[in-house]
Design a protein around this ligand. Structure first.
Ligand code: 2AM
Length: 484
């Protein structure tokens, strides 16, 4: 048989199947394989019926069908399944062939696998694929990283199947070396946690602070979706608020207020601790899900610490405008923090990260897609090495225009007892960032007092460390300085 397939996809769960169908629609010949081989025939007889999709019943048969360099994409469960398939593929592939992992792998695994596969003379890509089942079928956001030499070989396929922004630009570009693709996908998911939490806090304020009905809030989100907050998550919130249950009451009111999570938000926060980057908004979003899961304790506590009247006084229309600004400002903080994290990881792992490209990849296809990401892309186009998003002229002006409303919303929510952990941590971060002098001078004094950790002085050059014998009874010996 002549090798005629452009790419093989292993893993016929729904994401794998939909990516294959998407590739087929774009004119690529795909060969499908699955550990449980019967699923290949099942797929060919049903979903893939009448298409040019080929099936393989062994890895050898699959490899024989592929044009060189061979491209093999794994869409299997993250973890050992990926390592096992790599082991099975290495003996049947040749130097120059490309193994692609399109699952939700931890970036550290991708770093390890890239090195390992490259050591065998092959190329490796670990790619984030976002947009869920619908995205995979009709246009996901694709974030590939790994062996740079592999990019030119997968670029035509990936950019053809990816989502496109309105001018036709694909939401797929090279992210960087090693685990960069999966790191950026992980950060995307963390930011998604943050965006969702911010919307939920706005909803809480509208509902309890302003006493709005679901129908009224539907109108608010409809309006918000036409401006600077225009995004997929605002859009679905608008639609969720309009959805009625069988009895005609809003369905959202009947849903238990206990959130689940799969772990990518947590990974982002864990990595931020390793990098020493304050990703405070995503952390609050993760912890808020944890608080929501403590339902029985919350029910008990609500009996003991009875909430007072949460109603905001004053002009409702003005409040809606203020909450909108608080949401927008907090969102700017979240993306600023997300980019700080990615920059730190790139430095730590030696990746040449494509900052503007990342905003473009997130611009369409994925859950956090929004008009806002277009503005971030513009900021990085102007300055590819922008250190801090808030220092870009557009965002500087945008956040300044929100601060009054933001403070008003957060302070009133605190007075009224409506929890706004993400809004308030964003504001605390902003205030910390714009403080030339923080109270860490006292903190350093405390550390030096009890642990002889030393301090630097404002009147001496950086890098010179001092120790004081605070009590007159301590020794003169300072412990070595270190930073984790
Ligand atoms: P299966 O159909 O044989 O279970 C999503 O679960 C995909 O990952 C499926 O294609 C599944 O194959 C595959 N998968 C899950 N665990 C696996 C493993 N340990 N080895 C190989 N494939 C696995």
């Amino acid at each position: 048989m002549d090798p005629k397939a452009d790419i093989a996809v292993i893993g016929l769960a729904v994401m794998g199947q939909n990516l294959i169908l998407n590739m087929n629609d774009r004119g690529f010949t795909v060969v499908a394989f699955n550990r449980t081989v019967s699923k290949v025939d099942d797929f060919l007889a049903h979903e893939a019926k009448g298409t040019n999709i080929l099936g393989a019943h062994s890895l050898a048969e699959m490899v024989a069908l592929l044009k060189k360099p061979r491209r093999v994409m794994l869409m299997v469960k993250a973890g050992v399944a990926v390592d096992e398939f790599i082991e099975h593929l290495l003996p049947v592939l040749e130097p120059g062939d490309i193994i692609i992992d399109g699952g939700n792998s931890l970036f550290e695994d991708t770093i390890r696998r890239t090195k390992y596969v490259e050591g065998k003379g092959l190329l490796y890509i670990g790619t984030g694929v976002s947009g869920g089942e619908e995205g995979a079928r009709h246009g996901p956001s694709i974030m590939p990283g790994g062996s740079p030499a592999a990019w030119e070989h997968v670029k035509p396929i990936f950019q053809a199947i990816s989502a496109k922004v309105s001018d036709g630009t694909p939401c797929c570009d090279w992210v960087g070396e090693g685990g960069a693709g999966h790191y950026v996908k992980m950060t995307h998911n963390g930011i998604e946690y943050g965006d969702m939490q911010l919307i939920c806090e706005a909803y809480h304020l509208l509902k309890d602070g302003l006493g709005m009905t679901a129908d009224e809030m539907h109108e608010v989100f409809k309006e918000w979706n036409t401006g600077e907050l225009d995004s997929y998550l605002i859009e679905i919130t608008r639609d969720i608020l309009a959805k009625k249950d069988d009895d005609g009451a809003p369905l959202v009111d009947k849903i238990l207020d206990t959130a689940g999570q799969k772990g990518t938000g947590k990974w982002t926060v864990i990595s931020s601790q390793d990098m020493g980057i304050p990703i405070t908004l995503i952390a609050e979003a993760v912890y808020s899900r944890c608080v929501s899961a403590m339902k029985p304790q919350r029910v008990e506590a609500a009996k003991v610490f009875k909430p007072g009247n949460p109603k905001f006084s004053g002009d409702r229309k003005q409040w809606v405008a203020d909450i909108r600004k608080a949401l927008y400002a907090s969102k700017m903080i979240s993306y600023t923090q997300g980019y700080m994290l990615m920059r730190a990881a790139a430095k730590q792992y030696g990746w040449n990260l494509n900052n503007g490209g990342i905003a473009l990849m997130w611009r369409g296809g994925c859950i956090i897609r929004s008009a806002f990401l277009g503005d971030i892309k513009k900021a990085f186009d102007k300055n590819p090495n922008l250190d801090n998003l808030l220092l870009d002229p557009f965002f500087k002006k945008a956040i300044k225009s929100c601060t009054r409303s933001w403070r008003k919303v957060v302070s009133t929510a605190i007075k009224k007892g409506i929890p706004v952990p993400a809004f308030s941590t964003a504001l605390a971060f902003f205030d910390g960032l714009r403080s030339e002098r923080l109270p860490a001078n006292l903190l350093q004094a405390q550390r030096d007092y009890f642990g002889a950790h030393t301090y630097e002085r404002v009147d001496k050059p950086r890098g010179e460390f001092f120790h004081t014998n605070w009590t007159g009874t301590g020794g003169r010996v300072a412990s070595s300085t270190y930073t984790v």
